[in-house]
Design a protein around this ligand. Structure first.
Ligand SMILES: C[S@@+](CC[C@H](N)C(=O)[O-])C[C@H]1O[C@@H](n2cnc3c(N)ncnc32)[C@H](O)[C@@H]1O
Length: 195
């Protein structure tokens, strides 16, 4: 499912980074760095305890490991990342599958919370991704889209932050009102789906 490069809605040039296309040795190394660099604690608080949670673009499964849910699912287009996520969540009941934001493979209204961390700017089509995530979120559920923060503590977050114009496009695609949270290294846009 992974390709050699991604043409995303957020950048003029194709993306070739192993963080966006984690495959082979470099991809697996990128996965290890993701586990090392990303702190899931604030996001798990935002997610709360839910019945059904989906993480889109779960990478090596660092966040999944800390989420408590009756049904916990993670999708990613990279088989290497799914293998790392399975290892990192060994002994936990987590459903891991190939999938993308544009095509999750789940039926309508499946989840209480759908969360995406540091992959929205890698999606080829922002509106197609947001529409798909809304489709699989149940009425009254929540969608959380997180990306590197411009005021983050880590230089990596600040370097990779999106412009306010692009964050505005994400908020617009989610549909107003959208709540914004500034975490240590992430800007999170949260949408309550109408009940
Ligand atoms: C920088 S990593 C972030 C992984 C994880 N969420 C984390 O924070 O550690 C980006 C992930 O997005 C995945 N990805 C790339 N294109 C995607 C898409 N269209 N939909 C969902 N995930 C995608 C990549 O395979 C990769 O695992």
């Amino acid at each position: 499912m992974a390709t050699e490069e991604i043409q995303s809605w957020a950048y003029d040039k194709p993306i070739r980074s192993p963080f966006a296309l984690p495959q082979g040795v470099l991809g697996r190394l990128a996965g290890r760095l993701m586990l090392w660099l990303n702190d899931p604690s604030e996001l798990t608080t935002l997610i709360g305890e839910q019945d059904c949670v989906l993480e889109v673009g779960c990478g090596p499964g660092g966040l999944l490991r800390h989420v408590q849910a009756e049904r916990l699912c993670g999708i990613d287009p990279s088989p290497d990342m799914l293998r790392q996520a399975a290892r990192h969540n060994r002994g936990r009941d987590v459903e891991l599958r190939l999938g993308t934001a544009e095509n999750t493979g789940y039926p309508d209204d499946s989840f209480d919370v759908v969360v995406s961390v540091n992959n929205v700017a890698m999606w080829p089509d922002l509106e197609a991704g947001v529409n798909e995530l809304r489709r699989v979120t149940r009425p009254g559920g929540r969608l959380l889209i997180a990306w590197h923060s411009a005021i983050g503590r880590s230089p990596i977050a600040r370097k990779n932050a999106l412009s306010e114009e692009k964050l505005g496009r994400i908020a617009h695609a989610l549909g107003e009102p959208t709540r914004r949270h500034e975490l240590k290294n992430l800007t999170v846009l949260e949408k309550n789906c109408p009940g």
